[in-house]
Design a protein around this ligand. Sequence first.
Ligand code: PMP
Length: 380
Amino acid sequence: LAYLDYNATAPTRPEALAATLSAMRTVGNASSTHRSGRDASSRVDLARRQIADLLNCSHGEIVFTSGATEANNLALRAAFATGGKIVTGRAEHPAVLETAKALTAENSGSLILLPVDEDGLVDMEAFHAALATNEVAIVSLMAANNETGVLTDLAPIVEAAHELGALVHTDATQIVGRLPIDLAETDVDLLSLSAHKFGGPQGVGALFVRRGISLPYRPLLFGGGQERGWRAGTLNVAGIAGAGAAAEAARKALPAEAAHIAQLRDVLEASLVEQAGDCRINGALSQRLPGVTSITFHGAPADAVLAAMPDVAASEGSACSSGAPSPSHVLLAMGRSREEADSTVRFSLGYATTSHDIDRAVVSAVRAVRQVRTALAVPL
Ligand code: PMP
């Protein structure tokens, strides 16, 4: 199987597997003061430093969570605890969009959804207009889109938001470990990540909370006060250890890995465009993640195309919300028709992708698209 679905989840890095197994072989609650507890907490401390090194922040700014979904919920809830407005984008992941909708509905706050253009970029005029309405508690815009890989230029967003006293959160789930991130340079207040996107275990993530920011703050989980009160519950030591090891491996491999992945992606795109014909790469004119291709094969519904290439793991729009046969809200926000959205396949590459995977994917996808188009062609 050519696994080209890294945006859904990446294969576990061997370093992560080793760290997780090693932690699982030992007993210890990271909150206990005896030697076993100290062993567990030192694994967590190491992982906290490894994650912080990947982001170039301080280890005291990392709060471990069960993933990016929880980190996004926590960030928005903490910033919105005293109400106001939430500004976010139409192409955000549901873990931000649905949270923002729920929080503003519960507290009769207001939600401003920024449009994106046909290249997937946030409409900056709408952003400035939204900020000017005042009382914005938080701006939440993703660093990289999970369906198209389109990157958001956060610097001007952070600058304008901070001038008006609004906090900035970014869902960086898809960029962490794939492109360098420097939190000393990018002045966001809150950032979410999920370990399984860069080769760590599923069910582990983190929220970066910049030291010194003033936040109304309300945790999602109350209890034993772990993670400095941010997230109660016994720490998932084995998962966290794996997340840390994956972060270190990803940091060491960057940026050579990113350049290699981009090269493979470019070959994939050029071959598909040439051989399948009548297609469009979504977000092609924007800065994108190195490993993502969102491609619309006109006249070939993606569910049929995917079913016709069982030796390739790719996805229809996004796997995160799969199950529901609704068209991709990201592509609709970019102005695509429902038919175009339904004819779009996402290939996402990562650290272990080989040129053999790409060759295989091209052969299978081209054959599948031709087959589906032929089957659907109206006989003359
Ligand atoms: N945000 C983005 C941009 C994502 O791609 C995902 C995973 N699909 C999430 C948040 C949620 O991550 P998790 O499922 O690990 O909580």
